[in-house]
Unconditional design. Sequence first.
Length: 218
Amino acid sequence: MVALREQGSRFWYAVAAVVLMLAGFGVLADEVVEGSTLAFDRAVLMALRVSGNPADPIGPSWLEEGARDVTALGSVAVLTILVVVIAGHLMLVGRARTGWFLVGASVGGTIISTVLKNIFDRPRPDLTGIVRIYTASFPSGHATASAVVYLTIGALLAATVARWSHKAFYLGVAIFLTLIVGLSRMYLGVHYPSDVLAGWLIGAGWAMACVLVAKVRR
């Protein structure tokens, strides 16, 4: 009975966390629409650029190359390959429902990101010569997608082990990957900090909501 009560408490804490993240996204989106974040956004990006050459990030050339490699971890191509491989593995070992759950959560997050980009249609930072960009700025698609995919995978892996140290490791790695992808977008100058924060909020909120729905169904 005590265990069930504790499990119920954790569930409602998670629900509250999802609500807070979505509310945080709403507040941030409102500030972005009003232009209240623009001064801060630009100040952060300029602090990461060489003085007099906004197209050149600060630091040695290997750091910029490394940031490009890291940012690819949140690209559509890399995340699609990762999801297909892991979902395929789950289906081969008899966990097809979990595999389809991962696919559904990932596709849903991509759709949400695309719809929000089209709604807000925020121009990208006016920095050129770093990486090619094709979509609107808010929220960051890389930040959103990496949060959805890595946090969902982290939650699935954490559910397979009993020790909290193991759970913390899987979730910690997922959070770390999500953070470095978002930070690389700011460093490369292709997204404002508010774009990345919005992507983290909506992506993490969606991933947690999907996990909660899956738990309720089980």
